[in-house]
Design a protein around this ligand. Structure first.
Ligand SMILES: C[S@@+](CC[C@H](N)C(=O)[O-])C[C@H]1O[C@@H](n2cnc3c(N)ncnc32)[C@H](O)[C@@H]1O
Length: 498
């Protein structure tokens, strides 16, 4: 790599911001000082240019993903753990040396020296950083091989048996215990192996996945993901989607649950000519609403003569054309989106809502700020019962470790306490939902986590409240044969007796 190219890849601002981000995410006293410290750093990162922003993302997500492993490597070459500021600089530089092939080692060393001075580290500390990094550079191949061997074992489902293997898994015994639960008919050994495989699978970065909005023509080629759960999932790249209004980013598991919701709505619309009333109790930014309407549209779309996109070596993606009869369902749909967060609803109204208006003008969508924990202030609009109540609940997010690896080191260290407190909140929301549901109506519960209290524990509670039975219940485990590279997710559909 020539010097000019190398220089472009080293952006001190991105590196310093990434160090700030690690502090506010992981260090409790840095978090306590501000109301929303992560957002503040991310807002500053938004001002970075394109390449610097990519470097910032790589350094933050990558460093968290390899946090346990890098700490273990550092301790091999240091007599005792350095203070936090110095440690974080060494870990970030070691991450670059081990994982960022495009940055030459000499650039990593000179950046480390410059950052040490900007951070006010002493000469002695800068020397310490240099010494450790030299060892990492010298032993790079052996370290990476040891890590790869441990990963292969973990991906096979073998429980970690050394501090190094735990570090490579980037997880704690507490988090593993919370994911290690048996469904009826399963052995404990199977459950444990599946939990380890899930944590190992979530160490891999996920491909960027999305779908094409129905009736819109993508501006370039995309490949299909070959997903067993979301047949329309496409592999995207970040640069392309910014330029392509026809494309939405939505994870494979989200696409799956939206398709399930769409199938339910289509079925209900076929059975009766009455309006289909849906209450979405935690609509957030509106991703599930848009995803569900898109899936519903695709269910009534055909593709025989439409244009085909896709390079010959990938499975081609065919942009669907609308059938004339696809409008009937939308004109009978009444969707109430409610969420307690003003911030989330601002995104909803700025982003998802205009899209829904433009693509499905016949659907009646209403957005209402509602805190369902506040029984005294529930809107009168909700007194007419709903056919479908969907609770995409707030949760611990342990199924999203591939995207948010820091959760393993924040919530994950207290996984039981976190899961139990989220489950209490979820029970409260389920209790409210029962009051909104029509007799014979359906309750859809979903969470992006995999702990028992937040998944089947809540379904069990909901069954009691609704006096019903689950129609289906599904846990999507990363690393399983049907969902090898997906996020972790849980959903259940329950029927209230007529
Ligand atoms: C998992 S997110 C929902 C994501 C959303 N369904 C989507 O697809 O974009 C959980 C949401 O629950 C909302 N929430 C948390 N507590 C709530 C409450 N008491 N009442 C209503 N919404 C709540 C949060 O603001 C957050 O947007």
């Amino acid at each position: 790599m020539n010097d000019a190219r190398a220089a472009r890849h080293v952006a001190p601002e991105a590196r310093l911001l990434a160090l700030d981000w690690v502090r506010v995410v992981l260090i409790p006293h840095a978090r306590e000082r501000k109301a929303n410290p992560e957002s503040e750093v991310l807002a500053r990162a938004d001002a970075l240019g394109r390449e610097d922003r990519a470097l910032f993302q790589e350094l933050t997500i990558g460093l968290m993903r390899e946090w346990g492993f890098l700490n273990e490597v550092l301790l091999r070459f240091a007599k005792r753990p350095p203070r936090e500021k110095l440690r974080n600089l060494v870990l970030q530089s070691a991450y670059s040396l081990l994982f960022l092939d495009r940055i030459p080692a000499y650039a990593v060393f000179s950046e480390a020296k410059r950052l040490a001075s900007l951070l006010g580290l002493s000469e002695h500390e800068a020397g310490f950083a240099h010494g450790v990094l030299k060892q990492v550079e010298r032993n790079r191949e052996a370290i990476l091989k040891e890590r790869a061997d441990a990963m292969a074992k973990l991906k096979d489902g073998a429980r970690p048996s050394s501090a190094f293997e735990w570090a490579v898994l980037n997880s704690s015994g507490e988090l593993l215990r919370m994911l290690n639960w048996c469904a009826p008919g399963e052995t404990e050994a199977d459950a444990q192996s599946r939990a380890v495989r899930a944590l190992a699978a979530m160490k891999e970065p996920l491909p960027l996945v999305g779908y094409v909005l129905p009736g819109m023509k993508p501006s370039r080629e995309y490949a299909r993901l070959g997903s067993t759960i979301a047949p329309d999932a496409l592999i995207l790249d970040a640069a392309a989607i910014r330029e392509d209004p026809a494309v939405r980013v939505q994870g494979e598991v989200s696409q799956w649950v939206c398709l399930e919701a769409a199938k339910w709505i289509a079925g209900r619309a076929r059975e009766s000519s009455a309006p289909v009333r849906v209450l979405e109790m935690a609509s957030g930014k509106g991703g599930k609403l848009l995803g569900t309407l898109a899936a519903l549209a695709r269910l009534s779309f055909s593709a025989p003569e439409s244009r085909t996109f896709g390079a010959p070596e990938v499975q081609p993606f065919t942009a669907p054309e609308a059938r004339p009869d696809s409008r009937g369902v939308f004109s009978r749909l009444e969707w109430w989106a409610a969420d307690s967060s003003d911030t989330q609803l601002r995104f909803f109204e700025r982003d998802a809502f205009p899209r829904v208006r433009e693509l499905w003008p016949d659907a009646r969508v209403r957005v209402l700020r509602t805190d369902f924990s506040d029984a005294a202030r529930l809107p009168v609009e909700f007194s007419t019962p709903f056919d479908l109540v969907w609770l995409d609940a707030p949760c611990t997010g342990f199924g999203t470790l591939a995207k948010h690896p820091q959760i393993a080191w924040t919530r994950g260290l207290h996984a039981r306490r976190e899961a139990e407190s989220m489950a209490a909140l979820q029970h409260g929301l389920v209790e409210k939902s029962a009051g909104f549901l029509a007799s014979g109506g359906t309750f859809l519960y979903s969470v992006c986590t995999l702990t028992e209290p937040e998944t089947s524990g809540v379904t069990h509670f909901a069954n009691q409240k609704l006096r019903g039975e689950p129609v289906w219940e599904r846990v999507l485990w990363p690393g399983d044969s049907s969902t090898p590279a997906s996020e972790g997710f849980y959903a259940a559909l329950l029927q209230k007796p007529a």
